[in-house]
Design a protein around this ligand. Sequence first.
Ligand code: GLU
Length: 428
Amino acid sequence: MSESAYNPYKNAQAQFDKVASIIGLDEGTREFLRQPMREYHFTIPVQMEDGSTKIFNGYRIQHNDARGPAKGGIRFHPQETIDTIRALAMWMTWKCAVVDIPLGGGKGGIICDPRSLTEKEQERLCRGYVRKIAKDMGPCLDVPAPDVMTNAKHMLWMLDEFETIHGGRYPGFITGKPVGMGGSLGRTEATGFGVIYTLREALKALNIKPEDTTASIQGFGNVAQYAALLYQQLGGRVIAVSCWDFADNQSYTFRKKDGLDVVALQGIVDSFGSLDKDKARDLGCEILPGEDWLAQEVDILIPAALENQITQANVNKISSQVKVIAEGANGPTTPDVDEIIKERNIFMIPDFLANAGGVTCSYFEQVQSNTNFYWEKDEVLEKLDLKMTAAFKAVWELAQQRNLYMRDAAYVISINRVAQAVKMRGWV
Ligand code: GLU
C-alpha cells in the first residue's frame, strides 16, 4: 500500500481519463469527476487500557453524491493512505452507478491495526471516529459500511454514537449492521456471492460450464470465503486460496489439487481472514509462498484481498489456462496490466462490477430499515442476483457492441450515468 510503487488514486484517475476520452466527456465534468468532491481529515484521541491516550488519524472522502448520498465502507488498516481512500471513494461512485442504485461514492479509513487493540479500545475508536464526522454524515448525506478489517460490531458502535449525538433512532445512518439490529440477512454473503453471480454470467457468455472449471482465490476474508462457497455450489473446484499471516508478516497459499474443502477451511480461519497453517496441513493442504495463488493452472482467478496485486512484476506468472479474472477486491489489477490481460484474451470482470454485491445489499438494507420491514434471506439474495445479473448483461452487451474491454465498458456506463446526474443538477 503506502510502500507500493503503484498509487491507487493515480490508477483510478488513469482508468477514468481513458474512458472520459472514449466518451468525449467535456472538460468541466472531467475535471469535476476525476477528484473527490469533499475530504475530511481528522485526529481521534483514544484512551487506551493502560491509561495512556493514543492519537489515530481518520479520513472520510465523499467522491460524488449527484445520484444519491455518498456510500462506502470504513477501513481499518495500519498502512492506510489518503490516496488509497480517494481511489476507493471514486470506485464506489462507479460501483453504485453500474448496478444503478440511487447512491453516490465515498470511503473512510483509520490508520490502525485492530488486531493490537482490545474490544474496548476498538469501541472507543469507532465512537471517536463518528464524533468527528457526525455532522457531515447521515442517512441523507453519506452512509458508511464495513470494509477491510471492520465488521457488524464496529458498525453498531458507530450507529449508537451517531444516534446518541443526534438524539433519535437513525438506522439508515450505516449499513452492515448486525441482523436483528437493523441489518439485512444476506449482507455477509452479498459481496462474495455477487462476484460469483457475475462469474456465472461470464461463463455462460463464454460457453463454459462452471463444473468444468477450477479456481484460485487470493484472500480468505469475507469476500473470498463466500465467493469460494457459491462457486463450489455451482460445481467449480477451488484449488488454492491465499491469506496473510500476521504472525509471520507474510502471505501463504494453501493448495489442494483435487479441490479444497471450503467449509472445512472456514472452520480454521480467524476473523481477519488468516488460516491456521497446522490445521490446514491436517486438512491435506500444501502450503506454498503467498504469490503462488496467481501462478496456479486454473481457469479462473479471483483476487479478493487488496489493491495492486496483479502488476507488471507478476502478470507473466498467470498460467495460459486462465480464462477469466473476477475481481473481488477493489483495484487489484494495475492499469498497465489491463493491456496485457486484454492481449492475452483473458476475460475480465472488473472490480466495481464484480464486487458490487456488497453495496447493493447495503442499499437493500437501507430500504428495509426505512420501511422497518425485513425480508427473508432468499428474497434478499434473489433480488441481489437479479441486480448483479442485469448489471453484468448491460456491461457485456456494450462491450460486445463497441468492442470494448469489459472494464472500459463498465466505466462507460457508470461515467455516463454520473455525468448525466451532475449535468441535470446543473453542477457543471
Ligand atoms: N465496502 C464495500 C465495498 O467496497 C461495501 C460498501 C457499502 O456497503 O457501502 O463495496
